[in-house]
Design a protein around this ligand. Structure first.
Ligand code: CMC
Length: 427
């Protein structure tokens, strides 16, 4: 809180509104007192609304800055690994060597699923979208862990977080394996988090897949770069669900559902669908023209961001990783990737995109990397969800650890005024 105040004048009455100051970022006008004066604020899409206080992640969209617990994302992506970043997000500090080893062991102890959960997978159609499966299976976990659902108990919250981080790659890989008819692979706890995920995706009981360190590193970076992003739609959904006292598995399932949409996590899948629809470099101009046409709902998927009006700092690292992966796999001449490269170049130079500050976002490049890794397109958002789980958990835990109220937005009602019911024969 500062001594600064904002003053709102309505019909001759002045209302004082305190101004709150954070460590970084713009000051925030505290409008909580307005309800008592008979007013709500109106902010569709929460463009101007801070819904909570948080110490986890800071974004400056104008400057293209993203910090987790103060550490720049590019440093974390290049020097750290996903489980270390998970520890940082959950506990607030980078772990000592001992703490890191202990955290990794705890995660490894929980990578397997309850055997009965296999029946949930087989209950789905083979062509079910893996996000639908993941959403259902994660929600179902709450039926398996009655021993740790007391959200007011810090130990219960921690064990639930560990279980979720550990089991998400297993659930993700099983969703894929089920769709292909291949047998489920158990986790291999001798492998690191990301290599183990690739193992569960691609090994078979007859043949152990050799995991290239470059590709495992790329996978790990994808997890790191998706680990958290402040109060985005899915995280806000998790907080809102959590504010009702719902259990963590139910809350994370709600986050997965919110992430699925093409304006959010579904964009990486939409990028590849769009590249396939464009089909050839010679059609790009037509699609660029459609993206610029106000009467056409088509948008260039993987471009633009609600917060970043500069290059998304995650996209910078992702672009570098994409280049490394394409070089290792010798895929520079892949036709879809050629379209992607050309699209990126045009959008970075075209007036429409430059003036509206529509830069390629993280999903543009992650889509390209995942395609190069031979990951099926419908798994892209599942991988985003796997990486984001720790961010959702960190925000959920932060909220529950301090006094909080149920989230309950209000509205500007524009429907019919009160009227009397009319009998059917008189309508
Ligand atoms: N292609 C063409 N025009 C666009 C695009 C695009 N991808 N994105 C925004 N615009 C235009 C939009 O038409 C509008 O123009 P005008 O001012 O003339 O009406 C202007 O740019 C501002 O757009 P907006 O819809 O007000 O911006 P927003 O902050 O509400 O939406 C967004 C952000 C990410 C939903 C949007 O840019 C978009 O739909 N992008 C494509 C989907 C995508 O890649 N999403 C992934 C986001 S990154 C991953 C994540 O964090 O989830």
């Amino acid at each position: 809180m500062t001594d600064k105040k904002a003053y709102l004048s309505i019909d001759g009455e002045t209302i004082d509104l305190p101004i709150l100051t954070g460590t970084l970022g713009p000051d925030v006008i505290d409008v909580q007192g307005l309800t008592a004066k008979g007013f709500f604020t109106f902010d569709p899409g929460f463009v101007s609304t801070a819904s909570c206080e948080s110490e986890i992640t800071f974004i400056d969209g104008e400057k293209g800055i993203l910090l987790h617990r103060g550490y720049p994302i590019d440093q974390l992506a290049m020097k750290s690994d996903y489980l270390e970043v998970s520890y940082l997000l959950l506990y607030g500090e980078l772990p000592s060597q001992e703490d890191k080893a202990l955290f990794e062991t705890k995660i490894k102890n929980h990578t397997m699923l309850h055997e009965q959960l296999n029946d949930f997978f087989t209950g789905f159609r083979r062509d079910a979208h893996p996000m639908a499966i993941m959403c259902g299976v994660v929600g179902a976990l709450s039926a398996f862990y009655h021993d740790s659902l007391d959200i007011s108990n810090a130990e219960h919250r921690e064990i639930s977080a560990i279980r979720l981080i550990a089991k998400m790659p297993t659930i993700a890989a099983m969703s894929y394996r089920y769709s292909t008819g291949l047998p489920f692979m158990y986790p291999d706890n001798t492998l690191d988090y990301s290599s183990n995920f690739l193992h569960m995706m691609y090994s078979t009981p007859c043949e152990q897949k050799e995991i290239s360190p470059t590709l495992a590193r790329a996978m790990d970076r994808i997890f790191i770069l998706h680990a958290d992003h402040e109060q985005n739609a899915s995280t806000s959904t998790v907080r809102l669900a959590g504010s009702t006292g719902a259990n963590p598995f139910a809350c994370i399932a709600s986050g997965i559902a919110a992430l699925w949409g093409p304006s959010h996590g579904g964009a990486n899948e939409a990028v590849l669908d769009m590249l396939a629809e464009i089909g050839d470099v010679k059609h790009i101009d037509k699609f660029i023209a459609r993206a610029k046409d106000k009467n056409d709902p088509f948008r260039l998927m993987g471009f633009g961001h609600r917060v970043y009006k500069n290059f998304d700092p995650r996209a910078k690292v992702m672009k570098q990783t994409a280049d490394e992966v394409l070089a290792e796999l010798g895929l520079e001449d892949d036709p879809l990737l050629k379209i992607a490269k050309r699209l990126e170049q045009i959008a970075l130079e075209d007036d429409y995109f430059v003036q509206k500050k529509l830069y390629p976002n993280v999903d543009f490049y992650s889509g390209i990397i995942l395609k190069a890794l031979n990951i099926p397109t419908n798994m892209f958002t599942v991988i985003f969800a796997t990486g984001r789980t720790v961010g959702w958990l960190a925000h959920w835990h932060e909220m529950i650890s301090s006094p909080y109220r149920i989230g309950r937005p209000r509205q500007l009602y524009t429907g019919a005024a009160q009227r009397d019911y009319v009998e059917t024969d008189k309508r």
